[in-house]
Design a protein around this ligand. Structure first.
Ligand code: GLY
Length: 427
């Protein structure tokens, strides 16, 4: 229901069905970074938009993510198209942040300090060197540097760090601040924020007609965007098997606090490989350091585990021993939305789906990085324009069921497969 209606007012009318709202040009199901940025950008382009999302789910990826904007140090063989989209989105960040902050009137937590990627042992260094070739091919700035140069950039690194890669253009953003700013920016542009759960897409005559919420409100619109992260498959009203499968990919993280008056243990994002396992430390201006993250395929399990936390702290301590002195402020578990090829699903699903149905889902590890590019692509799709060139390999239609066969392709073109995630499936 509309945000302006207080909880007390809702409780006072428990038997009255909520009033239908709209009509809107587009209703977005999902109020994380992807949903909000889509609604905000579409509103800036003149569409009347609404966003339907429950008040924050603690496992929603936008509230848990560290906020690395690091396509160079995330580069993985087999994911070239995804990295190109990531680099384009990263390059959009400064102007995107300026526009969001101007509309919101509050800072969005962008921090342009670069990223250092470091290796614990010689095998880890060999892996970083291999990736250097890919970074160069993709035109991503990433300079191989010695162990001593790494410590010159980050004096609190362990002396045995073998060397690394400096990516001066890979920055970070605080996803919680950006989410809050996007909510204000979207509202300032006239988007209606509805605090409810998206329950069902309303369809008639082969086209979407709007969205019904869990509390029974109906929002009329001829375009509906499904952008509810790992919860997107819960939205009903669509033929069985229409949506490409999305799987939750669990991530455990710690938020660490630097004691008052002390220097933070790192000044820029530090990504490490420790015996093949990735770990990252992402500092904020207020001294918080986000330490992440596990990558586990365990369905909707959101338990914080001793093993997950132990491995993160063990590996971070190997690279930056001072981590052990920090206070643990918060432990978080989030669910990333993983698509069949780990690339995002953008825009309409094609002729097998109701007209006006769009996806902005499946961003897996890259939702924060891909927020500006997704917002641009989705606003274009909602206005009936072609997706921007770098987003085209990620058109949702690549996984649409094939007419007549009911099957869908298993992989999208030009990407998928490689990643450097901290897989703990076997543990
Ligand atoms: N983007 C980093 C992660 O998903 O852990």
């Amino acid at each position: 229901m509309p945000e302006s209606l207080s909880g007390a007012a809702r409780a006072a009318h428990p038997t009255h069905p909520p009033r239908p709202s709209g009509p809107f040009d587009a209703v977005v199901a999902g109020g994380g970074l992807i949903g909000l940025a889509t609604a905000w950008r579409a509103a800036r382009r003149g569409l009347r938009t609404a966003v339907v999302a429950p008040s924050a789910d603690p496992a929603a990826a936008s509230g848990v993510a560290a906020g690395m904007l690091t396509p160079a140090t995330e580069a993985a063989f087999g994911e070239e198209a995804l990295m190109r989209l990531g680099a384009a989105s990263r390059d959009r960040y400064p102007s995107f942040i300026a526009e969001v902050e101007a509309d919101a009137g509050t800072p969005a937590g962008y921090r342009a300090r670069g990223t250092l990627q470091i290796a614990f042992d010689t095998d880890d260094l060999a892996r970083l060197t291999e990736l250097g070739e890919l970074q160069t091919r993709l035109g991503l700035k990433a300079e191989r540097i010695t162990s001593r140069e790494c410590r010159r950039l980050e004096p609190m690194l362990a002396p045995h760090v073998r060397g690394g890669v400096h990516a001066p253009d890979d920055h970070s953003v605080d996803p919680r601040r950006l989410t809050a700013a996007l909510r204000r920016a979207a509202a300032a542009r006239g988007a209606v924020l509805v605090s409810d759960t998206a329950a069902e897409v309303l369809c008639a005559g082969g086209a979407v007609r709007g969205l019904r919420t869990a509390s029974g409100a109906e929002l009329a619109a001829d375009r509906v965007v499904l952008a509810a992260g790992a919860w997107t498959p819960d939205i009903g009203g669509l033929p069985e098997g229409l949506l490409p499968p999305l799987r939750p990919v669990k991530g455990q993280l710690l938020r660490l606090r630097t004691p008052a008056g002390e220097e933070p243990v790192v000044s820029r994002t530090v990504r490490g490989l420790v015996k093949g396992a990735p770990v990252y430390l992402v500092p904020r201006d207020d001294g918080e350091i986000v330490l992440g993250a596990t990558q586990e395929e365990r369905g909707r399990d959101t338990r914080l585990t001793a093993g997950g936390v132990y491995e993160l702290l063990r590996d971070a301590h190997e690279l930056v021993p001072g981590v052990s002195e920090l206070e643990i402020a918060e432990a978080c578990v989030g669910l990333r939305p993983g698509s069949p090829d780990n690339g995002p699903l953008l825009g309409p699903l094609g002729p097998s789906a109701p007209a006006g149905l769009h996806l902005a889902a499946g961003h897996h590890r890259h939702g924060v990085l891909l927020t500006p590019a997704t917002a641009d692509a989705m606003a274009a799709a909602l206005l009936g324009e072609a997706l921007p060139e770098e987003a085209r390999p990620f058109a949702a239609v690549r996984f649409a069921p094939q007419a007549g066969t009911g099957t869908r392709p298993e992989r999208g073109p030009g990407h998928g497969g490689g990643h450097d995630g901290r897989d703990r499936e076997e543990s």
